[in-house]
Design a protein around this ligand. Structure first.
Ligand code: ADP
Ligand code: MG
Ligand code: ZN
Length: 479
């Protein structure tokens, strides 16, 4: 790719932070997220050698504390144990550019089918090393996924990047994460917040949309909730508050005792419209979010990163990416249930104070059988049977989450969407390559791997394996 593809943006960046011109030759854009653009640049060293750097230009509207927190994570915890470090930082007015060593890396989905089991194991080992490192510093990354864990297959190099959504544990060693925590508490207590903190803009988008525009929600829901709409006997659901001029407050106070009427209907009932929303951090990508994040549990720990690592391992073992491709949290939870079982989910949710009901009893799947059939190690017919079954289960499932404390529940009592994760070989050549690669240890995956997967995808965050424990797991005794 030539710099011509984004020459204009590169010019703008030089203009925004003029000092960059003196040091760097910006080559091309290599990444673009909601909150940043990342560029590949070179700089001439004193030795006369050219060295490559990654320049992360944060969007100018980022909150200063957020920027400082991201930078502090990189400077304090980074540069060791597969955690990306930082070289310099440039600021001009609102513009901040973080300069990191450049790590050339693969696109996860491109190499997924070519990795040997040993390589997959190595990948996970190195990810755990990075997670142990940041967790020791009291950093919860909250966005662990392949695009944030850079992997150079040939040089066997790894780097965890992107602390843009990170949060601190109560005893975090990162000062700026402490500041963020205080701000969060203030917001929860209802103090006026000045400026939205980046990475948290989407707080409860759901609740807001629903409250302000129930019609939109109802339409959206009826589209995907065909099954329940058919099953539910027609019944009028109050969708508007009584028009007799009752003050909103007094309506709300009677709500606690009024039973909800919207489960398995394609409208949000009046009872639920009046309920207050629980605020909990909901960062990350739905398919990688832990159950306690999906159900908006307010106490989120480093265990949420271990869940995300488990989802990556699930992709490696099954050869499917994205494994969970849900567009939103409730669909993501439904998809998890189809794998981990409904009883298991309900039971685990109790431990973090959430009551979930589910329209169907789904058995937990055997992880080895699931992964082997998806990876096509078993016979093709079994693979398709497995896929059909998953699809059927997801289509029929309805769930709701009930808060113990105040009876509030999430309205998405709707169906789960079809599984993603179906990267099928496009050409015969690719298909043959996959057959070849299936021999790379994939026909003899040890039980330890599935035990590890089971421990990562523990629905209960309190008992889920930690990064340190994972590194000591029998799976890695030969590493
Ligand atoms: P965002 O917050 O926008 O997701 P990231 O920090 O995750 O930003 O960077 C976006 C992408 O840029 C990464 O997925 C990766 O492809 C690339 N990138 C980021 N940092 C580096 C680096 N140090 N070396 C090489 N590529 C990088
Ligand atoms: Mg990222
Ligand atoms: Zn309701």
């Amino acid at each position: 790719m030539s710099s011509g593809d984004n020459a204009e943006e590169i010019e703008k960046l030089y203009a925004a932070v003029p000092r960059l011109c003196d040091i760097f030759c910006i080559m091309q854009k290599i990444g673009e997220g909601t909150f940043s653009s990342v560029y590949l640049a070179t700089a001439r060293l004193k030795s006369g050698e050219d060295m490559k750097f990654a320049l992360k230009h944060l969007i100018p509207t980022s909150h200063p504390t957020r920027i400082a927190a991201e930078l502090e994570c990189l400077t304090v915890a980074g540069g060791e144990d597969n955690v990306m470090g930082v070289k310099y930082c440039f600021r001009n007015n609102d513009h901040v550019v973080i300069v990191m060593p450049y790590l050339e890396h693969e696109c996860f989905v491109d190499i997924l089918h070519y990795l040997s089991f040993e390589e997959a194991k190595e990948y996970m080992f190195n990810l755990f090393k990075a997670l142990r490192r940041i967790h020791e510093f009291g950093i919860v990354h909250r966005d662990v996924k392949p695009s944030n864990f850079l992997y150079n297959r040939h040089q066997k190099q790894f780097a965890l990047v992107d602390f843009g959504l990170a949060q601190g544990t109560p005893d975090t060693k990162i000062e700026q994460l402490k500041v963020l925590q205080i701000k969060k508490q203030e917001r929860l207590l209802g103090y006026p917040s000045q400026r939205s903190v980046f990475g948290e803009k989407n707080f409860n988008v759901h609740g807001t949309v629903m409250n302000k525009n129930p019609t939109v929600k109802a339409i959206k829901q009826s589209k995907i909730d065909v099954e329940s709409a058919k099953l539910a006997p027609k019944k009028t659901i109050p969708t508007k508050p009584p028009s007799d001029g009752v003050a909103k407050k007094s309506v709300r106070s009677t709500l606690a005792s009024t039973p909800c009427e919207c489960f398995a209907r394609n409208q949000v009932c009046f009872v639920c419209l009046g309920r207050s929303r629980q605020v909990a951090p909901r960062a990350g990508t739905p398919g990688f979010r832990a159950p306690e994040v999906l159900t908006k549990c307010p106490n989120q720990t480093t265990a949420i990163d271990m869940w995300s690592a488990g989802v990556i391992f699930l992709s490696l073992l099954s050869g499917r990416y994205h494994f969970f491709n849900a567009p939103d949290d409730m669909n993501a939870l439904a998809q998890i249930m189809t794998i981990r079982g409904s009883k298991e989910t309900i039971q685990a949710a109790k431990t973090f104070g959430k009551t979930i009901t589910c329209s169907k009893d789904l058995p937990a799947k055997n992880l080895r059988t699931l992964c082997e059939s998806l990876r096509n190690v078993c016979s093709a017919s079994m693979q398709f049977a497995e896929q059909d079954e998953l699809q059927r289960m997801r289509a029929e499932l309805q769930i709701k989450i009930l808060e113990k404390e105040d009876g509030w529940f999430d309205h998405d009592t709707h169906t789960a969407s079809l599984p993603g994760s179906t990267h099928k070989p496009e050409s015969q050549a690719e298909s043959m390559d996959i057959e070849q690669s299936s021999m790379n240890g994939w026909d003899s995956v040890p039980d330890e791997a599935y035990h590890m997967l089971d421990r990562l995808l523990d629905m209960n965050p309190a008992t889920r394996i930690t990064a340190q424990e994972a590194l000591n797991h029998p799976l890695f005794h030969t590493v």
